[in-house]
Design a protein around this ligand. Structure first.
Ligand code: SAH
Ligand code: SF4
Ligand code: F3S
Length: 487
C-alpha cells in the first residue's frame, strides 16, 4: 500500500502548534506522513481555535472547502479547542467530520483514526458505502468521536514531529486556573497542571542531543508553572540553563499576577534566557480590568514593567489588548491607548472583544457599536505601531546575534532568524542578495544555487549589523568576519 498522507491546518496559539507537532509524531507511527497539499491527503485535520468567533468561522470554511475537494475515501478530523468546547455532540452538527478529538486526549488520535478506517472498510464490505463515496448520511460513514472532560492523571509522552530542527516548543504547564470573564481557554484547556521538572529536563536534554538550539517553554499562564507541584518557573529556568547545546531559552505567555520579582531577577541573571517578556495587560483602566477579572491594577502592572526595565533596560516587552470590552467607555479605552505609550510595547496584539459561549461577559450588555469598536482599534493600532517603531530604533547600527531559522518568506535570497530578544530579523548576505544568473543559468538554477549557498547557515548563530528597524521586523547585514559558522 502506498504511504498515507496527513495534512494539518493549525489555527490559534502555540498550544495548538505544539499539539499539531504531537499529532504528526503519533500519526507517523501508523504510517501517515505529512503533506502540505490538502488535495492529496488521506487524512485532513483541522486543529481548531475558539478564542474569537472569527477563528470558529475559519474552521467551518476550511472544513466545507475540504469536504468539497476531498480525495475519494479520505477522512476529515476536527481537533483542538472548538472540539473540546462543544464536545461529542459536534459530530452530529458537522456531519462532514469523520473523527472528533479533544485537547485532553490527543494521544488517542491514532486509535481513533484506525477505528474510523476500520468502520469505513466495514461499511464498504457491507455495501452501505461505495469505495469512492465520501458524502451521505453520517451513520453510513465512519464517524468516531472521543472527548475527555479532563487531562489524564498521567499525561502520556508521545512522539513529536517538530517542524523546525533548531527551535522547539516545550509545554511545561497545561490549562489555566484564571477565569477572565471574556475567555474560553479555561473551558477548552482545563485546569492548570505542571509537568515535573525531571520530565522537562529529560526532554530538553534530548532536544540538545538532537541539535536543537532554542527552547520555548509554553503555557497559557507560564508563570504559574510549579504552583501545583511546589516549584516555580524561576527554579525550572535555573535547572535547565546548564544543558549544553541549548543556546536560548524563552517562555510564553506571562500573567501579571504570577510574574514574580524572583522570576525577573532570574531572567536578568541567566545569560541564555532571552530578555523577552510577553505579558498581556488586556486593558489600561482599572474598572475594565476588574470586570475582566484580571486581578491586577494598572499600577501593579507598571511596577512589574519598571522592575524589568530597571534590571534589563533593553528587554523586549510585548502584550495583548482587548478593545471594546462590554461597557468600556471612550475614556476607559483611552487608558488603553495611554498605557501602550507608558509601557513602550515592542509589539502589541490587539483584538476587538468577541463574545464567547460559556463565558460571563457574553451575557453582559454591550452598547458600543461595531463602528465605534472599529474606530477604537484603528486608533490603538496606530499608536502601537508608532510606539513599536520608536522602540525598534534602539537596534539600529547595533551588532546582534541571530539564530538562523531559514529563508525570509518575502525574499528567499535573505536569511531569516531572531535576535536573542526575539525580534524577527531578515538578513542580507553580501554577494547573494544581488546575485544574478550566470551565462546560461535559468532563474530556477540560480535559486537552487542560492539555496545551496544559504543552507549551511540554517541553525547557526551569526553576528549581524542592524541596517533597518521596522516596527515588526529588523533588516540586517551579515558580518561575515564575525560569523561563527563561516568565518
Ligand atoms: N493567557 C493569556 C492569553 C491567552 S488568549 C493571558 O492571560 O494574557 C490570547 C489573547 O486573546 C488574549 O491575550 C486576549 O487579548 C485575546 N482574547 C481572549 N479572549 C478574547 C475575546 N473573547 N475577545 C477578544 N480577544 C480575546
Ligand atoms: Fe484566558 Fe485569563 Fe487564562 Fe489568559 S489568564 S488563558 S486570558 S482565562
Ligand atoms: Fe485558541 Fe485554544 Fe489557543 S482557543 S488561542 S488554540 S488555547
Amino acid at each position: 500500500m502506498p504511504p498515507k498522507k496527513v495534512f494539518i491546518e493549525t489555527l490559534g496559539c502555540q498550544m495548538n502548534l505544539a499539539d499539531t507537532e504531537r499529532m504528526l509524531g503519533m500519526l507517523d507511527e501508523i504510517d501517515y506522513s505529512p503533506t502540505d497539499n490538502q488535495n492529496e491527503a488521506d487524512l485532513a485535520i483541522l486543529n481548531s481555535c475558539s478564542i474569537r468567533e472569527h477563528a470558529v468561522h475559519k474552521m467551518h470554511s476550511y472544513i466545507g472547502k475540504w469536504d468539497k475537494n476531498r480525495k475519494p475515501g479520505s477522512l476529515i478530523a476536527l481537533a483542538g479547542c472548538v472540539a473540546q468546547q462543544e464536545g461529542e455532540k459536534l459530530i452530529r452538527d458537522i456531519r462532514t467530520i469523520d473523527i472528533l478529538v479533544g485537547t485532553h486526549n490527543i494521544h488517542r488520535l491514532p486509535d481513533l483514526v484506525l477505528e474510523a478506517e476500520r468502520k469505513r472498510r466495514t461499511n464498504i464490505e457491507n455495501g452501505v458505502l461505495g469505495a469512492e463515496e465520501n458524502r451521505g448520511m453520517h451513520f453510513q460513514r465512519a464517524q468516531v468521536a472521543e472527548i475527555w472532560e479532563a487531562l489524564p492523571e498521567d499525561i502520556p509522552e508521545v512522539p513529536i514531529h517538530r517542524k523546525s530542527k533548531y527551535h522547539a516548543w516545550v509545554n511545561i504547564i497545561y490549562g489555566c486556573n484564571y477565569k477572565c470573564t471574556y475567555c474560553i481557554v479555561p473551558k477548552t484547556r482545563g485546569e492548570q497542571r505542571s509537568r515535573p521538572i525531571a520530565e522537562i529536563k529529560k526532554e530538553i536534554q534530548q532536544l540538545a542531543d538532537e541539535g536543537f538550539k532554542e527552547i520555548m517553554l509554553l503555557g497559557q499562564n507560564v508563570d504559574g508553572y510549579g504552583l501545583d507541584i511546589g516549584t516555580s518557573l524561576a527554579q525550572l529556568l535555573r535547572e535547565i540553563h546548564p544543558v549544553n547545546g541549548i543556546e536560548r531559552i524563552k517562555f510564553l505567555t506571562s500573567h501579571p499576577c504570577d510574574m514574580t520579582y524572583e522570576l525577573i531577577e532570574t531572567v536578568a541573571e541567566l545569560p541564555k534566557v532571552s530578555k523577552y517578556f510577553h505579558i498581556p495587560i488586556q486593558a489600561g483602566n482599572d474598572e475594565v480590568l476588574r470586570r475582566m477579572a484580571r486581578r491586577y491594577t494598572r499600577a501593579r502592572y507598571m511596577e512589574l514593567i519598571s522592575y524589568i526595565r530597571k534590571l534589563m533596560p533593553e528587554a523586549t516587552i510585548t502584550g495583548d489588548i482587548i478593545v471594546g470590552f462590554p461597557g468600556e467607555t471612550h475614556e476607559q479605552f483611552m487608558d488603553s491607548v495611554s498605557v501602550v505609550r507608558e509601557i513602550g510595547y515592542d509589539a502589541c496584539n490587539t483584538a476587538v472583544y468577541s463574545p464567547r459561549p460559556y463565558t460571563p461577559a457574553a451575557d453582559w450588555d454591550d452598547p458600543i457599536s461595531a463602528a465605534e469598536k472599529n474606530d477604537r482599534i484603528r486608533l490603538l493600532n496606530a499608536v502601537c505601531t508608532e510606539v513599536a517603531e520608536e522602540r525598534a530604533k534602539r537596534y539600529l547600527d547595533t551588532v546582534q546575534e541571530v539564530l538562523i531559522e531559514g529563508l525570509s518568506q518575502r525574499n528567499p535570497r535573505r536569511l531569516m532568524g531572531r535576535i536573542a530578544d526575539n525580534k524577527t530579523t531578515n538578513i542580507d548576505v553580501p554577494s547573494i542578495t544581488d546575485a544574478s544568473p550566470r551565462p546560461g543559468e535559468s532563474e530556477e538554477e540560480l535559486n537552487a544555487r542560492i539555496y545551496k549557498d544559504l543552507e549551511p547557515y540554517f541553525g547557526q548563530t551569526v553576528k549581524v549589523k542592524i541596517t533597518k528597524a521596522n516596527p515588526w521586523a529588523l533588516r540586517a547585514e551579515l558580518q561575515k568576519s564575525l560569523c561563527y559558522a563561516h568565518s
